[in-house]
Design a protein around this ligand. Structure first.
Ligand code: NDP
Length: 327
């Protein structure tokens, strides 16, 4: 038996708890991984609480990412002893995920652990950090550079936001960090943010166009926050949208797009092509200061995860949560 978080839904009752799982129940796949670390991402919190229909079949082991060591493999690119990382591909949603001591997956979904990261550091970054890097790359592809002007990051004290602030600051951008938690101002300045913006200033319905402020934006919130960020972009600025912490809706007008040539780029980490994943991990290795990563992360045990999930949805968790899975 191995330990894992087990989500079930029976007679309409949704449960998520830590229990022993028989290895014979592991799903199909050509690689079995001894999981060392997983993480708690926003989507995991949605899955564990059942707040949103993230889990597509039951029972499910949640965990949209993990880092570990290959135990057995019939995949040509993986051999026992390899250190590997997985992000997305529906793992933890429709295929058993990383919040358990063992995972069996399709070897095509795995990427090699990027040097110089340890397994733990890779999960300190996790899907949130890798998505932050995909967002930075999306801005760069549209020509946003530090010389273009200031950039803004919403949900800055959360997982995606913290890594985005740290990376952008290291790259030389002037970063405005939007947060609903004034008490996190010092934390965000420590990551490199130059300006702190109160979330409340962006979360109510706003005008179609506002004062031009930012050349680039990374948004994890959606809703009015995203609409107001778009309205405050400089001429030909770019917004990378990846999240829905405020809501799924987008109550905006076309004004920023047709009058200021603003670009709204969608970022999805789950099905991102392999080449882009490898590029994002390489960029994290060069553009994320490891001392900042230590500040951003906290480590918890597998048993702590069910209680932490609702706190994450309530916006009370700061930075990244590493889950130590290895027994
Ligand atoms: P976290 O819970 O770590 O961070 C979310 C942050 O959003 C909070 O810390 C808070 O930051 C802010 N926030 C909370 N509630 C609101 C609100 N009502 N309005 C505006 N901001 C709010 O989550 P993650 O960073 O892991 O994920 C952020 C979002 O990105 C989620 O929606 C997640 O699903 C999405 N995501 C998408 C991915 C993709 O592939 N597209 C991949 C990874 C994540 P503060 O207190 O500083 O305001």
């Amino acid at each position: 038996m191995f330990q894992g978080i087990w989500i079930d839904k029976q007679d309409g009752r949704y449960t998520a708890d830590l229990r022993g799982i028989n290895p014979e129940q592991l799903p199909e796949g050509d690689v079995t991984v001894r999981v060392a670390y997983s993480t708690l991402n926003y989507k995991d919190a949605l899955a564990i609480t059942g707040a949103s229909p993230v889990v597509r079949q039951f029972p499910m082991v949640p965990g949209i990412d993990f880092a570990g060591v290959v135990e057995t493999s019939s995949h040509p690119a993986c051999k026992p002893g390899d250190s590997v990382v997985l992000n997305g591909w529906g793992v933890g949603e429709k295929h058993w995920g990383g919040l358990a001591e063992r995972a069996r997956v399709n070897g095509d979904w795995l990427v090699p652990l990027q040097a110089p990261f340890s397994l733990k550091q890779a999960m300190g970054i996790g899907t949130a950090g890798y998505t932050a890097m995909l967002c930075v790359m999306a801005l760069e592809r549209r020509g946003v550079t530090p010389a273009s002007g200031p950039v803004v990051v919403t949900g800055a004290a959360g997982g995606v936001g913290s890594v985005a602030v740290a990376v952008l600051a290291k790259l030389g951008y002037e970063v405005s960090a939007v947060t609903g938690r004034a008490e996190q101002a010092d934390y965000l300045k420590g990551l490199g943010a130059q300006h702190i913006v109160e979330r409340a200033s962006l979360s109510a319905p706003g005008k179609p166009l506002a004062r031009e402020q930012w050349a680039g934006a990374i948004d994890v919130a959606g809703g009015h926050v995203l609409a107001n960020v778009c309205a405050a972009m400089r001429y030909r600025g770019t917004v990378a949208a990846c999240g829905l912490a405020s809501g799924m809706d987008f109550p905006a007008t076309v004004a920023p797009f047709i009058l200021r040539g603003v670009t709204l780029v969608g970022v999805d980490s789950v099905m991102a092509p392999r080449a882009e994943r490898l590029e994002a991990w390489r960029r994290l290795a060069s553009d994320l200061d490891l001392s900042k990563l230590d500040v951003v992360t906290q480590e918890v045990a597998l048993a702590d995860v069910p209680a932490l999930a609702p706190e994450m949805l309530a916006g009370k968790v700061r930075g990244r949560v590493i889950v130590a899975v290895r027994a």
